[in-house]
Design a protein around this ligand. Structure first.
Ligand code: DI6
Ligand code: FE
Length: 400
């Protein structure tokens, strides 16, 4: 048991939606959970003897949650970035064997230890900004063994660093070259048979896919989701990133915990997501990198009461972003989300996007995953660009 004293707790006002800050408060943690929060004067006697740590009036938020990443992959795509700036199109690069398939080659060729060593600096950059939970997807293996390898590396990240890792099976990210002539066989032999293996080995917490003209159709993803349901696994979807195929509505029909990207989301998709409680995960790093101009329908999502989350989408092709604070800044500046929406987007709503009910807020009974900041007001987390005011990260009650 410990008492974190002299903290100011960042919250969100119910009526105005603006960020709020409590007066000097205490948070009592007991093991990995929050036991009590409130004004020091009301501290129950049972906690009075616990060791105290004075946090000097600093602002405390829930630990940040990056609910959409592809942080495990081999190699990088800096040369491709350079080629695009020299005039090559995405298609030119793909025809020359680059693009996503170059990441697949590098990921297949890497050992588990190599992939771990390559991913850790990216993970550490996220943790240095107060991230305490991270979702990690497969999707650069595109064969069963390489996909499983990616998720084993993801699990190892959660063992060697103080962070909760949630894993997602994303074999339906792209069609592997070996199956170019037989999509149905890819779905059967790699996506679904591999999912059975991942599930049996405890490697998959959820199932995702890329629903797009250049990837998989809603019909194909429906088959994958039906299979996920037989295993009791929650589903989510990369939907409406480059076009509107009705992916979000499909995901909502399957009770998806989230639909992600959503630049081309229309009213039907919004209504379907609102009805099913599916979280909208917006990914401004990919929007920025691809120099998209079509904005996700933030105002309509807000009106419909769809919870909005923000994530880095950290990946080597379209979002080489390892800063969740930067994603918050982009959520505000590019997408016109309010600072309090941005904060909810990387805490409470990000937890919901992962199906986690035990975190994302500061309340008795929830996990004591906290971030302590050297700021005067929570809006600063979205306002600053490229500045990291983290003072301390607390994971399961421990300062780390
Ligand atoms: N959406 C994207 O933008 C990336 N994946 C996805 O589902 C692209 C991944 C890559 O180019 O490596
Ligand atoms: Fe993604």
């Amino acid at each position: 048991m410990q008492i974190l004293s002299n903290v100011r707790i960042a919250g969100i006002a119910a009526e105005s939606g603006q960020s709020t800050l409590s007066g000097p408060s205490v948070i009592v943690t007991e093991g990995p959970r929050i036991a009590w929060t409130g004004n020091a004067a009301n501290l129950p006697d049972e906690y009075a003897g616990a060791p105290r740590r004075d946090l000097g009036g600093r602002v405390v938020t829930p630990g940040l949650i990056d609910c959409h990443t592809h942080v495990v992959f081999g190699g990088d795509r800096a040369r491709e970035f350079e080629m695009r700036l020299e005039g090559a199109s995405y298609e030119d690069i793909a025809r020359a064997g680059g693009g996503i398939l170059s990441s697949v080659r590098d990921t297949r060729a890497a050992s588990e230890d190599d992939l771990l060593a390559q991913a850790l600096p990216r993970v550490d950059a996220l943790l240095a900004e107060g991230v305490t939970t991270i979702e990690i997807k497969s999707g650069y293996g595109l064969d069963v063994e390489a996909e499983l390898k990616m998720l084993r590396v993801a699990r190892r990240i959660g063992q060697v660093r103080p962070v909760t890792v949630r894993t997602t099976w994303l074999a339906a990210h792209a069609l592997s070259p070996e199956y170019a002539a037989d999509r149905a066989a890819y779905l059967r032999d790699v996506v679904m048979a591999g999912l059975d293996r991942a599930h049996a080995e405890g490697l998959a917490d959820a199932v995702d896919g890329f629903c797009e003209g250049i990837a998989f159709s809603p019909e194909e993803m429906g088959l994958v989701f039906d299979h996920a349901a037989t295993l009791g696994l929650p589903v989510k979807l990369h939907a409406e990133q480059l076009s509107d195929l009705g992916g979000a509505a499909l995901a909502a029909r399957h009770g998806a915990i989230s639909a992600d990207h959503l630049e081309y989301l229309g009213d039907d998709g919004i209504a379907a997501m609102a009805a099913s409680g599916t979280v909208a995960v917006l990914l401004p790093g990919a929007f920025y990198t691809l120099r998209e101009t079509r904005l996700p329908p933030v105002a309509a999502l807000r009106r419909a009461g769809v919870p909005i989350a923000l994530a880095t989408d950290c990946n080597p092709g379209t979002s080489p972003l390892t800063s969740l604070l930067m994603a918050m800044n982009m959520g505000a500046t590019l997408f016109r989300m309010t600072p309090s929406e941005c904060l909810a987007g990387v805490t409470l709503h990000a937890a919901r996007a992962l199906g986690l009910e035990d975190r994302g807020a500061i309340r008795p009974g929830l996990r004591a995953d906290l971030a302590v900041w050297d700021i005067a007001h929570p809006a600063e987390l979205s306002y600053r660009i490229g500045f990291n005011p983290l003072h301390a990260r607390i994971v399961g009650g421990d300062f780390v």
